[in-house]
Design a protein around this ligand. Structure first.
Ligand code: NDP
Length: 271
């Protein structure tokens, strides 16, 4: 199974933090898997491990259905720190391996040391591959200088955050680095105000919903996946329906008019 085979995945930031929502969150994740979604994205940071524990519970008995992704915090990105953090994540997720492990954002540890630790985890069979997150073009060049290529760069990318289209995404495509679009719904803000109203109108014309359209748009290029988060099983179905949306040139042009593409370089935005 490759990361972008099924280009909609399951985000889990904030999941596992509210006891009252737990059943619904677990049902939502399982519904996503039943619908054929495969990638689950979590991190040691989310709820200080609570998200990983919730995911571990949701995927119990069906680990083989899942392409499991977690992330190491910059403060743990030393050689010994990566291994310790990884083992703790595996324990919380109740599994013996991750399919992909990401360096959450760049911190003060030497990049070479972090990359070596990630590569060692691949060699030891604890992770299938490693990648990065929130790396801008200069950070990507630092990796290239080390002679290594991450499997993916997980970045903030949605209709309201198109900056990466100018420089980062072409560079990633050229180097064979997959896109993982995080906060693809801008944490729900995509549906608000005048842009939200116009998005609804374009979606209605396209015969789909605003969320499904926004997700289909985020993964319109090969080698991309978006990882929306929801605690609702019904919304999980809606988000999975993005896989069936066909984007015509007319729809793309209408979206460009409301959500304009970048005309110059912009600093990489993060959430
Ligand atoms: P999203 O852009 O996925 O938006 C989530 C919000 O949108 C929730 O409030 C959810 O509410 C709502 N929502 C979900 N589906 C729908 C729908 N169909 N219609 C209307 N509203 C909807 O935000 P996230 O920031 O969570 O990003 C997604 C994932 O990306 C994270 O969960 C995490 O895994 C990853 N991430 C990674 C980062 C990094 O630094 N690497 C940073 C940020 C996120 P409800 O639950 O009520 O449905």
């Amino acid at each position: 199974m490759n990361l972008t085979d099924i280009p909609i995945g399951i985000g889990t930031w904030f999941l596992g933090e509210d006891r009252r929502k737990r059943d619904s969150e677990i049902t939502a994740i399982r519904r996503g898997l039943d619908l054929g979604l495969r990638v689950i994205d979590t991190a040691e940071m989310y709820g200080s491990g609570a998200s990983e524990e919730l995911v571990g519970e949701a995927i119990a008995g069906r680990r083989d259905d899942v392409f499991l992704v977690s992330k190491v915090l910059p403060s743990n990105a030393s050689a010994s720190g990566v291994r310790r953090a990884l083992e703790a994540s595996l324990y919380r997720l109740n599994t013996d391996h991750l399919d992909l492990y990401l360096y959450h954002w760049r911190g003060h540890h030497r990049l070479e040391e972090t990359v070596e630790a990630l590569q060692a985890a691949v060699d030891d069979g604890l992770i299938g591959a490693w990648g990065v997150s929130n790396f801008d073009p200069a950070d990507m060049d630092d990796l290239a200088d080390l002679g290594v290529t991450p499997a993916t760069n997980q970045i903030l990318y949605n209709l309201l955050r198109r900056g990466p289209e100018y420089d980062l995404l072409p560079l990633m495509r050229e180097r064979g680095v997959d896109l993982m679009a995080y906060s693809p719904l801008e944490q729900g803000r995509l549906f608000q105000g005048q842009p939200g109203k116009l998005l609804s109108e374009i979606a209605a014309e396209a015969g789909t919903t605003p969320a499904a359209l926004a997700l289909a748009w985020a993964v319109r290029e090969p080698g991309s996946i978006a990882i929306p988060r929801t605690s609702s099983p019904e919304r999980m179905e809606e988000n999975a329906s993005a896989l069936q949306v066909t984007l015509t040139p007319e729809i793309l042009r209408d979206l460009d008019e409301v959500f304009t593409p970048p005309s110059g370089p912009r600093p990489l935005e993060v959430l």
